[in-house]
Design a protein around this ligand. Structure first.
Ligand code: SF4
Length: 295
């Protein structure tokens, strides 16, 4: 028995999964220090892009045009009113502004222009907390797979690239172990293009606001198949309010504007880092995805 096995109790399934990946729990815990093992020749779609501001109607102007009704009032009456307003403003989350759903019909039919539009998007309050939008990364023309997560992580938000950090490293390892990489070409993106502050769960209205960007990406990139990671992205693309367990283990069809491609959903690698008991299911899903594209 090795020292790592003696330190961590593993089920037979977990041990088999980790052995399949060529890692043990000790290595998993140090993935942050091993990113060089998983570097890939990804492109940065947002590089060199000039952000285009797309202000929501009514935002900003309502605040900037507001007149101070208390002008001319004695200072002793005005001070308490301002203090209350400031306190209320301070209690509002920075991403709580009204959502203005993106209209698919308004989106450009060119991927670079779509990236510019996303870079300037303020359609939902998530724009207030982002460092930058995360549009996508990888082969932009007819890749084998488009891999879709839920929302940018902390590293993604800073780098402008999806699937960075430990979750991205585990994803790369899983794809290689399942025989999908390096043979297959991949475009990586997320359901949401901005990171929710603190990594909170995105709200339904935020998902609905951002979904047209993803739909337009799929239409323009034209992948052969979709691999969807996490229950929120799965629900949005399958179009069913169901648990991940109900949605995984089968091949769905994604159909939209002439696109008709297989779609497999599975656990998000960030979830697998916390819940190792799902790795066997993810392993099965990746093999299902590989078989779906080979069929
Ligand atoms: Fe726009 Fe999507 Fe970012 Fe919201 S999450 S501001 S809809 S790009």
């Amino acid at each position: 028995m090795t020292s790592s096995q003696s330190a961590i109790a593993l089920t037979a399934t977990q041990a088999a999964w980790l052995a399949e990946l060529g890692i043990d729990r000790k290595l998993l815990a140090t993935l942050a220090d091993t990113s060089a093992l998983f570097t890939s020749a990804r492109i940065a779609p947002g590089a060199g892009v000039t952000p285009v501001n797309v202000p929501s109607s009514g935002q900003e102007t309502s605040a900037s045009k507001r007149t101070d009704a208390a002008v001319g009032s004695p200072p002793m009456h005005r001070a308490p009113v301002q203090s209350v307003a400031q306190k209320l403003a301070a209690t509002q989350p920075v991403d709580a502004s009204p959502v203005q759903p993106v209209r698919r019909v308004d989106l450009p039919a060119d991927l670079a222009l779509l990236a510019q539009t996303v870079a300037g998007c303020q359609a939902c309050g998530l724009h207030a907390g982002r460092h930058q939008t995360v549009f996508g990364d990888g082969q932009t023309s007819a890749p084998h797979w488009m891999i879709i997560g839920e929302a940018p992580g902390d590293h993604d938000d800073h780098l402008g690239l999806p699937f960075q950090g430990k979750a991205g490293e585990l994803l790369s390892t899983m794809l290689a172990a399942a025989g999908i990489l390096p043979q297959a070409s991949v475009f990586y993106t997320n359901l949401l293009k901005c990171r929710p502050k603190g990594g909170r769960t995105p709200r339904a209205d935020e998902i609905q606001a951002c979904l047209p960007y993803l739909q337009q990406q799929i239409a323009l990139v034209r992948p052969s198949g979709l691999l969807v990671l996490g229950w929120q992205a799965a629900q949005a693309l399958v179009g069913q309010r169901a648990s991940l367990d109900q949605l995984r283990g089968q091949v769905h069809r994604y159909t939209d504007r002439g696109v008709d491609i297989p779609m497999v959903v599975t656990h998000h690698p960030a979830s697998l880092l916390l819940r190792g008991q799902y790795k066997a299911a993810a392993w099965q899903d990746l093999h299902l995805a590989r078989a779906a594209l080979a069929a």
